[in-house]
Design a protein around this ligand. Structure first.
Ligand code: BTN
Length: 322
């Protein structure tokens, strides 16, 4: 564990901590401790110092630093390693690179801001600093085939929907294939990218963007269908609490998935999904049309009863509820 993390965890758990206590814990000199404390203050931690009593943590910054995310996270796989960027192009791109470098399963990359946040189909994902949550998770699944990789997006969507409900009491819906909505406002999106060969997944990156605390004025005019958890619920959530709750759920469901429990996750997903029975317009590759959603199969496909009474199965694409 990095020294900075040890110090912060120790300060969170205790009130006043003497310099010599910390020096002993870290096997460094008291000057070394002082240097670390200065660095932490630079990073935005408010730490009181007293010649006799030592140090006391007064306030943590509103930044998703690894040492804060990892404090009492207690996950088995997700977040064992956390990489944080104040600014990056895209957390998915950063993590795809780290994946190629051999970073372990469960590594997450969090950014405070992205200059080139990616959405599905080459769209942009826009975010607001301090009000959004932007992160990606690296998985190296051994039990899931390439063709079943949609299962990770389903797992992530269920985890997001459940986290929002747990922290606000509001029920948000999943719109096929993987958007989190409340009425007609999109609150969160998932972009899953993978590297693999033949039928095998080498590694997979699940990118998650959540509009948490944005107000109306934070959304540009060209995004009329964007909303935030705050705008729906009136509750301004702590970003750190939210991401930790979400990581714990993803960890839990990933363990279930690895034990062959996809059906259970899919049942939950279907319960949250409000697309079945709805009249929709769809576009998938060069196919488009309108129809009624008859069902969503456990292979992730949307079964649409078209107006000419034929059925079509959609494995990817965009839909609009009419
Ligand atoms: C979508 O709904 O189209 C998917 C949006 C996914 C956005 C997230 S933000 C964190 C991660 N990094 C990216 O560049 N994209 C995903």
């Amino acid at each position: 564990m990095p020294r900075r993390e040890i110090i912060i965890h120790y300060l969170i758990k205790h009130d006043w901590v003497s310099g010599s206590q910390l020096a002993q814990k870290l096997s460094i000199s008291r000057t070394g401790v002082w240097n670390h404390i200065s660095d932490l203050k630079q990073k935005g931690y408010k730490i009181e110092s007293h010649p006799k009593s030592g140090y006391r943590l007064v306030e943590i910054p509103d930044v998703l630093y690894p040492e804060l995310v990892r404090f009492e996270l207690y996950t088995e796989i997700i977040g064992k390693k956390v990489v944080h960027f104040p600014l990056t192009v895209s957390t998915n791109d950063s993590l795809l690179d780290l994946g190629a470098q051999g970073y372990p399963e469960g590594t997450i990359v969090i950014a405070e801001h992205q200059t080139g946040g990616k959405g599905r189909y080459g769209r942009k994902w826009e975010s607001t600093q301090k009000k959004s949550i932007l992160f990606s998770i690296l998985l190296r699944p051994y039990a899931v085939k390439l063709m079943d990789s949609y299962q990770f997006t389903i797992l992530a969507a269920v985890s997001i929907a459940e986290t929002i409900t747990e922290l606000t009491g509001f029920e948000f819906r999943i719109k096929w294939p993987n958007d989190i909505y409340y009425n007609d406002k999109k609150i969160a999106g998932i972009l899953t990218e993978l590297r693999g060969e033949m039928e095998l997944i080498n590694y997979i990156v699940i990118g998650i963007g959540i509009n948490l605390n944005q107000d109306f004025s934070d959304f540009p005019d060209h995004l009329p269908s964007a909303g935030s958890v705050y705008l729906v619920t009136g509750i301004c959530l702590d970003r750190l609490k939210f991401i930790k709750c979400l990581l714990k759920k993803i960890d839990l469901y990933y363990i279930i998935l690895n034990k062959g429990g996809f059906e259970d996750i899919f049942t939950k997903w279907k319960r949250h999904c409000d697309t079945i029975g709805k009249r929709i317009s769809f576009s998938s590759g060069n196919v488009s049309g309108t129809g009624i959603v008859a069902d969503i199969n456990s292979d992730g496909a949307l079964a649409v009863q078209k107006e000419d009474n034929t059925q079509i199965k959609l494995y990817s694409g965009d839909i609009r509820i009419l």
